[in-house]
Design a protein around this ligand. Structure first.
Ligand SMILES: CC(C)(COP(=O)(O)OP(=O)(O)OC[C@H]1O[C@@H](n2cnc3c(N)ncnc32)[C@H](O)[C@@H]1OP(=O)(O)O)[C@@H](O)C(=O)NCCC(=O)NCCS
Length: 153
């Protein structure tokens, strides 16, 4: 994994975003930092020859935790272990940065993502209810705790 280059990587990431269902796409500005907003960090998993982007992640660093905001693997590269590789990268960063918790919120409707996160050792620990305020589905909160491996629900 390496940091995202806005000039080199962002156009390729936006091409991958276009292959996602419209409701799930992120606009370009969501990958960039804006004044007054919490700092987000984007990183990419390049192909071996460095020409293609296999997947990417966006996250925020907290005092004790890393919050993943987005994990995407390009459609043609799925089910080859790249998503797992991205998650393993973040688990290692917990140790390297003396942090203890990795979390991600995923819509309750995204069953493939639930199965993926579970396969990567994260566990659904709570539901973030939207209380009918929007048409958006509620989110399941998945977490990995460094000290317990899997956080108890
Ligand atoms: C979810 C996503 C990141 C998984 O990436 P990936 O590279 O295909 O995942 P991996 O190949 O590393 O899968 C690891 C394991 O997760 C599970 N898994 C992954 N995708 C799955 C699916 N669609 N259905 C069921 N299980 C799945 C499997 O156990 C898999 O191991 P296996 O292939 O040996 O059976 C990818 O499908 C994606 O980008 N989806 C669209 C964006 C999205 O929903 N993001 C939310 C991410 S939390």
């Amino acid at each position: 994994m390496r940091s995202m280059s806005i000039r080199r990587d962002l156009p390729k990431m936006m091409a991958i975003e276009k292959t996602l269902p419209a409701k799930e796409r992120w606009p370009e500005h969501a990958f960039l930092n804006r004044p007054g907003k919490p700092i987000v960090i984007a990183c990419v998993l390049p192909s071996q020859d460095g020409q293609a982007i296999l997947g990417y992640a966006v996250y925020q660093m907290g005092v004790e935790a890393i919050e993943l905001l987005r994990v995407v693997v390009a459609k043609e590269h799925r089910r080859q272990g790249h998503g797992r590789q991205i998650l393993e990268h973040f688990k290692k960063r917990l140790t390297a940065n003396e942090l203890c918790n990795l979390s991600i919120w995923v819509p309750e409707t995204n069953l493939p993502a639930h199965l993926f996160l579970k396969a990567c050792g994260l566990r659904a620990t709570s539901i973030a209810y939207r209380a009918g305020k929007t048409n958006q589905p509620d989110d399941y909160v998945f977490e990995y705790d460094l000290y317990s491996g899997m956080k108890a629900a």
